[in-house]
Design a protein around this ligand. Structure first.
Ligand code: SF4
Ligand code: SF4
Length: 507
């Protein structure tokens, strides 16, 4: 089905807070998952007669399990500090895309059924019945939130809309309104091993082709090993790195880094995907199942280190959740976790981000680079929201901001940051994160990219920036599709290891 036509917002000199346009994005509804997809995920595929009771039961269950959800629903004082912080509100002007309004969609129902005041005096406390119209609003507006957490940075109480969005999606899934895009991908990664559904032989073929390309280009036989038992490093990276442009350029960069450092490494067919869409459909059990593939592969291959490639939400799951979900790192105490913890080398962070690994190798002189090989580029850096606000990197606070920048500056001579209020912890989402990277949400994606595009446009005008580096597969896919709509060339987006790949010296 062709996406509806819509106007592309005009890029202004600064990010403007728009006038409210009630309900302008109510039509932007992502496709609902069909039966086969929901069946595999263990969810119903349509609303049953008792959908309301079932939704409220699930909501009660989540409120009992996740104390943060209850605190977030109780704590908001409607101060308004978050209202103009969401890129989807700034890009669409729909007031339901204000973070507080997005939260209120669930808060009103919470008050009606889970608070005494709401049960007795619903109108007085802004409580609302859970009706089909309310449910439709949940579906539409919880799929116009990329779980980027920007709003939480500005909330005096630290209320995290992303957690409310995740709970909303979990309830929707539970009653048969799952999202086609995310749930289809979750099926593929569990059945085949990666989000693209690429079987092992296709992967092998691609890697061999890439090895030939690198050798033709550099004269050096750089390898792309897969399923090698006893390798030191297991690299898990988003499957887009195997096939999509510009992602594949970063995969070539990782391979060159391992080659230059003399480190034995391997990919895995079983865990040929770092991405974990369990984060997007809000279900921690699904997130755990997807993450377990990586633990299984690490045990099977007997590796000493686990390194994660350029993927924002994958790094968030790896850094923040792997330890308790799978025992990679510290935390879990089942026999397999203990075996894994004994097997992994304690001299390295487990898991480690590829940027930290490469940056350390360059700083210690173990690999050599020539930044002048990137002199055709004037570079800026887009902090991916999941890396910026939901993880860390390295040993110092703020390493997730400084390490990628240090690395970029060691491989390029021309670098300029975008405006301060659009980077670091204030970074804007690319507009396609959180399960929104689907063509049926193109209008939301294009409009949601407006704040980032505005900041980019300013460094293009001021400093002639012609390349925006990022360490997220979703950001790369989103920007290559959306930037041309604003008049930019799609080739101006790429990975940090794409820059490393050009500058690295291979003997
Ligand atoms: S988490 Fe991000 S996308 Fe969601 S409401 Fe907050 S700012 Fe908007
Ligand atoms: S900033 Fe926090 S307390 Fe204020 S309206 Fe937003 S969510 Fe509520």
């Amino acid at each position: 089905m062709a996406a509806a036509e819509f106007d592309i917002p005009e890029i202004k000199d600064y990010i403007e807070v728009p006038k409210l346009r009630e309900g302008v994005m109510a039509h932007a509804k992502t496709f609902i998952a069909p039966q086969a997809v929901q069946d595999f995920m263990g969810y119903p595929h349509e609303l049953a007669d008792n959908w309301k009771e079932s939704a409220l039961e699930k909501m009660g269950d989540l409120l009992g399990k996740y104390r943060s959800l209850k605190v977030f629903l109780d704590a908001c004082v409607h101060c308004g500090a978050c209202t103009d912080k969401c890129h989807y509100y700034l890009g669409t002007s729909d007031p339901k895309n204000m973070p507080v309004a997005r939260q209120d969609l669930m808060r009103q129902v919470y008050r009606r059924y889970f608070t005494t005041a709401g049960k007795l005096f619903p109108k007085l406390v802004g409580a609302k019945d859970l009706t089909k119209d309310v449910l439709d609003d949940w579906y539409n507006y919880y799929h116009q939130c990329s779980e980027c957490r920007r709003c939480s940075v500005f909330c005096p109480y630290g209320i995290d809309t992303a957690e409310i969005t995740m709970a909303g999606r979990e309830i929707l899934n539970h009653i048969g309104m799952g999202q086609k895009y995310s749930n289809e991908i979750l099926g593929k990664v569990q059945k085949i091993g990666n989000n693209l559904g690429l079987p092992g032989p296709a992967l092998l073929d691609t890697l061999e082709g890439l090895e030939e390309d690198i050798e033709a280009d550099t004269g050096v036989a750089v390898k792309m090993p897969i399923d090698v038992k006893g390798a030191e490093v297991l690299l898990v990276t988003p499957s887009a790195d195997f096939f999509s442009e510009p992602h594949v350029e970063s995969l070539i960069g990782y391979a060159k880094v391992f080659h230059a450092a003399g480190t034995s490494w391997t990919l895995s067919t079983h865990a040929s995907e770092a991405g974990n869409f369990g984060l997007f459909n809000g279900n921690y059990e699904t997130m755990r199942k997807v993450a377990m593939r990586i633990r299984d592969a690490a045990l099977e291959l007997g590796v000493k280190r686990i390194v994660v490639g350029e993927c924002g939400h994958a790094w968030r799951v790896a850094y923040s959740f792997w330890n308790t979900l799978t025992g990679i790192g510290y935390g879990a105490d089942d026999p397999f976790s203990i075996e894994l913890q004994k097997q992994l080398d304690p001299n390295y962070p487990q898991p480690q981000h590829i940027c930290e690994l490469t940056n350390d190798l360059i700083k210690s002189g173990k690999i050599k680079v020539d930044p002048s090989l990137n002199d055709d580029l004037i570079v800026t850096y887009h902090d991916s929201c999941n890396v910026a606000r939901a993880s860390r990197m390295g040993t110092e606070p703020g390493g997730q901001f400084t390490i990628p920048r240090e690395l970029i500056k060691s491989v390029v001579n021309n670098f300029h940051n975008m405006a301060d209020d659009t980077i670091y912890e204030s970074t804007f989402c690319c507009g396609g994160g959180g399960g929104l990277l689907t063509d049926d949400l193109m209008e939301v994606r294009v409009k949601g990219a407006l704040p980032r595009v505005t900041a980019l446009n300013n460094v293009v005008k001021e400093h002639q920036v012609n390349f925006m580096a990022t360490i997220c597969a979703i950001c790369k896919a989103q920007f290559t599709k959306v930037l041309p709509k604003y008049g930019f060339d799609m080739s101006m987006v790429g990975g940090v290891h794409q820059l490393v790949s050009k500058a690295i010296k291979l003997d």
